[in-house]
Design a protein around this ligand. Structure first.
Ligand code: X3X
Length: 332
């Protein structure tokens, strides 16, 4: 009989809650479904598979995380909704998708904030972000990681883009969160939200004039095989994914397994960041060998176009952007 049952018996029928966390029980087992939109060739997919396998092994088979890439299960906003509803589900999406529950995450994912992967990683370790995570838990979302970085998102088009004016009238595909729509609109484009699964066909058929994404997305999903061979180095958003699980599901997991899960997802993110930092130069060269051309842009013009987005939106903590800028200034 495990400790919790013993305690219950000793309390003569009055079930003594020992907190919201159940004690480790030899017979505890949990299967979780993990959902994301990335393709098998992308590092995020490989990292999720590796972390899940390591968790299964280190928990002696108790925690079985089944991974589902390419939006086979609910993804984006719908994936986060599964978490909030308390499903045995892990959603892996960028922080803009939890911005609907904690608006401060829209500020964290605002455009043109970060100059490097490391700046963002350092910011995620601050008390300011810890406070954001606490607010997420109040909304039912336990955040296991925020730094599965898949690269700076750049414009990927047929036409060479150097200024916001060049984007006028151009339909640019974005993911469906408001953060992306507002960003591409402010940059001068006609933001056209589509799930990733419909994106490459939309480009091929001319439904959109281009998209935006990282070099790792470009090479991992073979965007380069299509007509959009020009990449404008806007670095407008740092593409990163968080890992989200229901706080109710999390609290039922024995502490010893929680520690393994947290540790493995944290290590997985760190490993992925270091790997992609080392791979980026080679990926650019490989894309160039496929005929992709990279160009710099008028950064000041795009920064000026995006500046209005640093205005606090409903529900954001007053001064949240000032706090982010202050943290970043202290690192530079
Ligand atoms: O929410 C996770 C990502 O931010 C979604 O970005 P998206 O829809 O441009 O997909 C990125 C690709 O690399 C997926 O293969």
């Amino acid at each position: 009989m495990n400790i919790k049952k013993t305690l219950s018996v000793l309390c003569a029928g009055a079930i003594l809650s020992i907190g919201t966390q159940s004690m480790a029980a030899d017979d505890y087992k949990l299967t979780l479904k993990l959902s994301h939109v990335f393709s098998p060739a992308e590092q995020l997919t490989k990292s999720m598979d590796a972390v899940s396998a390591s968790i299964l092994e280190k928990t002696g088979g108790a925690i079985n995380i089944q991974t589902f890439p390419q939006a086979q299960l609910p993804a984006y906003k719908e994936g986060v909704e599964q978490v909030v509803r308390g499903a045995k589900f892990i959603s892996v999406e960028d922080p803009s998708f939890i911005g609907d529950y904690v608006p401060d995450f829209k500020a964290l994912y605002a455009p043109m904030l970060y100059r490097s992967f490391d700046e963002y990683v350092a910011l995620t370790k601050t008390q300011m972000v810890a406070d954001m995570k606490a607010k997420a838990e109040e909304q039912g979302i336990k955040i296991l990681a925020l730094d599965y970085i898949y690269g700076f998102r750049n414009l990927i088009t047929q036409k060479v883009i150097t200024t916001p004016a060049d984007l006028s009238g151009m339909k640019i595909r974005t993911p469906g969160s408001k953060s992306y729509i507002d960003t591409l609109t402010a940059m001068g484009a006609v933001a056209t939200p589509l799930p990733w699964g419909e994106t490459l066909s939309a480009v091929q058929q001319g439904v959109v004039d281009g998209l935006e994404g990282s070099e790792f997305t470009n090479i991992g999903t073979k965007v380069y095989e299509g007509p959009t061979k020009n990449v404008a180095n806007t670095h407008h958003i740092l593409g990163t994914c968080g890992v989200y699980i229901s706080i109710a599901v999390w609290n039922e997991i024995p502490a010893e397994y929680q520690a393994i899960i947290q540790d493995e997802f944290s290590k997985g993110a760190n490993d992925m960041v270091e790997l992609l930092k080392s791979q980026h130069g080679g990926v650019v060269k490989e894309l160039e060998s496929y005929g992709v051309k990279f160009n710099d842009v008028d950064g000041d013009a795009f920064r000026a176009a995006l500046a209005p987005l640093y205005k606090e939106q409903d529900g954001m903590t007053p001064g949240v952007f000032k706090a982010i800028f202050s943290e970043l200034d202290s690192m530079r």
